[in-house]
Design a protein around this ligand. Structure first.
Ligand SMILES: NC(=O)c1ccc[n+]([C@@H]2O[C@H](COP(=O)([O-])OP(=O)(O)OC[C@H]3O[C@@H](n4cnc5c(N)ncnc54)[C@H](O)[C@@H]3O)[C@@H](O)[C@H]2O)c1
Length: 256
């Protein structure tokens, strides 16, 4: 059976758990080699080992990688070249959720949100593009959030950082198109997804989860697999006419 990402080499950040781990597994299932990176190096190595146990040695590689560090991006791109021979898919997924209103947040918390969520995407695109140019066609997928498009009183840094990712995505897309490179760049905007990040807000309380689900027109919160399926599509050549676009996985939330 032909797999839609056969021959692709992908790098997924923040992939030791949650959405990133699910995306890495889905890309590998569709035939891509995957460099699984995370601040949590042991967690990234574990996810890579699980993928290799399932798909065969040499499919996945783990790497400790702080997405806020320019030097760490240099090392990650070098690792992609050394271990996979190139880079055709970059998934900027690593993120944090600093909770607080404009008055609650310290400048330090604001800067951390902007740094992990938005500086990371700038650095990732900037440092990956030279290698991606050698591996065309390419696709960059930035995991933003519905919070890029609609605001909450207590998510000032999260809203601002994800909105930055949304618009940066379009700038990168146009930069690549202007140069005639077959490298696309799109953003994905999920609503609540059942991961540790959501757990930090609602815990395991079924009533709190049900309350969140009621805010979504489809009546449910998202699963990691929902995001992974969208990333597979954007990473694949099936989406070759899509660039600078936002793909909303919000169960209808922003249609209201
Ligand atoms: N869970 C949700 O409800 C939801 C909704 C919309 C968008 N998102 C976005 O999806 C992405 C993944 O979120 P998740 O729910 O899987 O969260 P998560 O907290 O489960 O995973 C985030 C991962 O990012 C890593 N990370 C944090 N800082 C890092 C850094 N400086 N360098 C490298 N890695 C770092 C963490 O170690 C962790 O493995 C994030 O960008 C998040 O904003 C999540």
């Amino acid at each position: 059976m032909s797999r839609v990402l056969a021959g692709k080499a992908a790098l997924v950040t923040g992939a030791a758990q949650g959405v990133g781990a699910g995306v890495a597994r889905a890309l590998a299932a569709e035939g891509a080699q995957v460099l699984v990176t995370d601040l949590n190096a042991a967690g990234a190595a574990e996810v890579a080992a699980q993928i290799n146990a399932e798909r065969g040695a040499g499919v996945a590689f783990g790497l400790g990688h702080d997405v806020t560090s320019e030097a760490a991006w240099d090392a990650a791109v070098a690792a992609a070249r050394a271990q996979m021979g190139g880079l055709s898919v970059l998934v900027n997924n690593a993120g944090v959720l600093p909770f607080g209103s404009v008055e609650d947040l310290s400048l330090e918390e604001w800067r951390r949100g902007m740094s992990v969520n938005a500086d990371s995407v700038f650095l990732g695109c900037k440092h990956a593009l030279p290698l991606m140019r050698e591996s065309q066609p390419g696709s960059i997928v930035n995991i933003a959030s519905v919070s890029a498009l609609i605001a909450s009183h207590n998510l000032a840094a999260y809203n601002a950082s994800k909105a930055a990712v949304w618009m940066l995505t379009k700038s990168v897309a146009l930069h690549c198109a202007k140069h005639g490179w077959d490298i696309r760049c799109n953003s994905v905007h999920p609503t609540f997804v059942r991961t540790a990040m959501l757990n930090d807000i609602v815990g395991d309380d079924p009533a709190a989860l049900a309350k969140l689900a009621r805010q979504v027109p489809l009546g449910r919160i998202g699963e990691v697999e929902d995001v992974a399926a969208a990333v597979v599509y954007l990473a694949s050549d099936a989406s070759r006419m899509m660039t600078g676009a936002e793909l909303k996985l919000d169960g209808g939330l922003t249609a209201m």
